[in-house]
Design a protein around this ligand. Structure first.
Ligand code: BYC
Length: 317
């Protein structure tokens, strides 16, 4: 389908609003492409939160104490909530939730690469909180200043909750780091498996990121993929050192001049393979979401029937 061509004058006025730092609200005029880009990015984000519940959900019944189980349950419930806020914010752009969920279940929509890896040991739960939520916060802190109002406002609350997620994860890792040799081995093994996929969460390097330029011009993104990845690396290396965990990168070195930690090459073939649907758990994740959707059919039916009944009662009154 060909894209609607926007009025050049309106387009210029829109860019001027963006450049002055205005916040765009749902009823404001916006270029079709801005709307489409937001729907793509926000719905991928919402799907990531929802699919992101699955790897951690795998450990609820095996949490080693009541305290750890309560924390994990609260975290996973927060993620369901984040998905709901972001789906609601996406609906303000004129797309229905049914359509968005349909795109996830059909395999058409993407969600974050990171949730296509398995959670093999309890240490993975700590490392997901520390690294995965840690990476998400670095990304989402700048999205709290994005140009689209409903997305920015959803991000403010989400970032507060993500901070708790990250802290509980790091505390779990710090506890295991002080534990038995077997616990330390489990922790190191989890870091070895999650480090590189966490760096990939920021997306392809700037030169290979087709959407970045446009998104930066419209202040949807405030920083590039590589800038955010570097910020995350610089924040995380000292945290790893503080708990005596090795970063699995023989090329890692500190550059005194730039004050950056420099890393070895990222395996982008692995990244593209995973986001095209061929990661270790893609099929399992989609099957779990399809089952949850089918199992929830009666809830949607009941909610629809209730809404219709109320509407009829209002019309009769
Ligand atoms: N995974 O031009 P690019 C969480 C795709 S969940 C998969 O750089 P863009 C949590 C990209 O979509 C947090 N695909 O794209 C939940 C594009 O493909 P299409 C998730 C990726 O949009 C539970 C293509 O690669 N956070 O915190 O400029 C438990 C080219 O990329 C990924 C968000 O979603 C990826 N990692 O930048 C714990 C944040 N990266 O659409 C934690 C919101 C890229 O052309 N999203 N692709 O087919 C963003 O900030 C940006 O969309 C991205 C990508 C930085 C992810």
């Amino acid at each position: 389908m060909s894209e609607r061509v926007d009025d050049p004058e309106k387009l210029e006025a829109f860019q001027a609003r963006i450049d002055r730092g205005d916040i765009i609200e749902p009823r404001d005029w916006m270029p079709e492409r801005y709307r489409k880009q937001l729907i793509r990015m926000m719905s991928q984000h919402a799907h990531s939160e929802v699919v992101g519940m699955l790897p951690e959900g795998n450990w609820i019944t095996r949490a080693p104490s009541l305290r750890r189980k309560l924390i994990l349950l609260a975290k996973i419930q927060d993620e369901a909530g984040h998905g709901q806020y972001i789906y609601s914010a996406t609906e303000t752009l004129g797309v229905s939730r049914d359509e968005l969920v349909g795109q996830l279940l059909s395999g058409k929509a993407k969600y974050s690469n990171i949730f296509n890896y398995p959670t093999l040991t309890w240490a993975d739960i700590g490392v997901i909180g520390w690294l995965v939520d840690g990476a998400a916060i670095v990304n989402q802190t700048q999205l709290a200043h994005t140009s689209y109002g409903p997305y920015a406002r959803a991000m403010i609350r989400i970032c507060k909750e993500e901070n708790f997620h990250k802290k509980q994860g790091y505390e779990l890792c710090a506890t295991m780091a002080k534990g038995t040799p077997e616990q330390r081995r489990m922790l190191q093994d989890a870091v070895n498996r999650w480090w590189w996929p966490s760096l990939m969460m920021f997306g392809p390097s700037d030169k290979d990121s087709p959407h970045s330029q446009e998104l930066l011009r419209w202040r949807v993104k405030r920083k590039s993929n590589d800038e955010l990845r570097q910020r995350f690396i610089n924040l995380t290396i000292p945290q790893a050192r503080a708990i005596n965990v090795e970063i699995p990168d023989p090329d890692l070195k500190y550059n005194e001049e730039t004050k950056n930690w420099e890393i070895g090459p990222i395996n982008w073939d692995e990244f593209f393979n995973v986001i095209r649907g061929n990661g270790p758990c893609n099929r399992e994740r989609l099957a779990a979401r399809r089952k949850a959707h089918a199992d929830g059919a009666w809830v949607r039916e009941a909610a629809r029937a209730y809404a219709e009944k109320r509407l009829k009662a209002r019309q009769a009154a």
